[in-house]
Design a protein around this ligand. Structure first.
Ligand code: COI
Length: 366
């Protein structure tokens, strides 16, 4: 018999679900991106028929033709969204319509078909309803556990010519997650990439596509070899303007109440970035989206004008930066972490339902 979720996704449950004891053990210490739930959502698109109806099926390896164009030309995009369990057991997500809009923008840039916002959100709902037992219940306010949802879209046509694929598959997988950085929320050191750029004008910097992350890996390796947790990129033209980290946006807090983040263009339009701008304005700070140079960072910290630097993203939430390490020097991240801690608390309190959702940012998943 065909069973269909309330979102219209056909449900094909696994016959071998993870047993409860094993799942609970994973949920005790999930790390980030290591374990996956029992199901995945899937919707297929073809040039001839458009989007088919969706399904929720057992999690497992994909069967792809070796000539599938994603494997050769990296026609792929993805998103990162979290599901949070509230005290009453309900499960919510944060600003999913922003992720849906960014997914559509990424699709346009990568010549992939756009998935409408309703189907995007419905795919999250259908998967989370099926795997609801995998959504962690945080033991305390200090614990930052959630179910990380990873929607992605790949070009699956068997064809080696260089043109947009006429067959595309969209999936959502889910992974229970704790803090992104190993040390939790302790300030991290970041490495300045001098040899590699992440994006140039007209490139794919603003799209969330696998290729951007692939090209950041060698710089990330360099960061790790230099004892740093993440890599920071400068602009590709003048090599002086700060862009973003390998997987996060950056903020600079000034003593006089300004809070500056690099302007959009070649960087990722972070949902957390946008939320921080709003929360900062609510708190009476003065947000500025503009170019900020490496010299302004160095001089601002030296003079005491810049009091804090922090990174933010869905996976990392808000993480203070201890220092920027370059081959020539070490630039401190500012003396303090108060604003980062306060914004982080406000954001998490909204996400976990502990504070009023005054901007209407939450959507119930299950
Ligand atoms: C996220 O914050 O969701 C990201 O996608 C960053 C990283 C894990 C790739």
């Amino acid at each position: 018999m065909r069973i269909v979720s309330s979102q219209g996704f056909e449900l094909r449950p696994t016959t071998t679900p993870t047993d409860a004891a094993q799942r609970d053990e994973v949920l005790q210490n999930p790390g980030f991106g290591r374990y996956f739930t029992d199901h995945m959502a899937h919707v297929r698109w073809t040039h001839a028929d458009g989007w088919n109806s969706g399904e929720v099926r057992p999690y497992g390896p994909l069967s792809l033709d070796p000539a599938a164009s994603v494997l050769h030309y990296a026609q792929e995009i993805f998103e990162g969204v979290k599901a949070y369990r509230h005290a009453d057991g309900s499960v919510w997500t944060f600003r999913p319509e922003k992720n849906a809009a960014r997914f559509q923008a990424s699709a346009r840039r990568l010549a992939l078909p756009e998935l409408d916002t309703e189907t995007f959100i419905d795919s999250l709902k259908a998967l989370v309803a099926q795997d609801i037992d995998w959504v962690p219940t945080p033991a305390s306010e200090a614990e930052e556990s959630s179910l990380y949802l990873r929607p992605f879209m790949i070009a699956s046509e068997k064809f080696l010519g260089v043109r947009p694929s006429k067959e595309v598959d969209y999936y959502v997988i889910a992974s229970p997650a704790a803090a992104y950085f190993k040390g939790g929320v302790k300030p991290v050191s970041i490495w300045l990439s001098r040899d590699y750029n992440r994006a140039g004008p007209g490139g794919t910097g603003a799209a969330k596509c696998g290729g951007n992350y692939a090209s950041s890996l060698v710089a990330q390796q360099e960061a790790e070899a230099n004892g740093c947790a993440q890599v920071a990129f400068l602009d590709a033209v003048e090599h002086k303007w700060i862009e973003e980290l390998g997987g996060m946006n950056l903020f600079f807090v000034y003593k006089d109440g300004r809070i500056v983040t690099p302007e959009l263009g070649t960087i990722l339009e972070g949902v957390t970035r946008d939320s921080v701008l709003q929360l900062a304005a609510d708190a009476g700070l003065k947000p500025e989206e503009r170019r900020i140079s490496i010299d302004e960072w160095r001089d601002g910290v030296k003079s005491g004008e810049i009091s804090e630097v922090f990174a933010c993203g869905t996976a990392a939430v808000i993480t203070p930066i201890a220092e920027l390490v370059t081959p020539e020097e070490r630039i401190a991240g500012g003396e303090q972490t108060e604003i980062a801690s306060e914004l982080r608390k406000q954001l998490l309190d909204i996400q976990y339902g502990r504070a009023e959702d005054r901007h209407g940012w939450l959507t119930r998943l299950a």
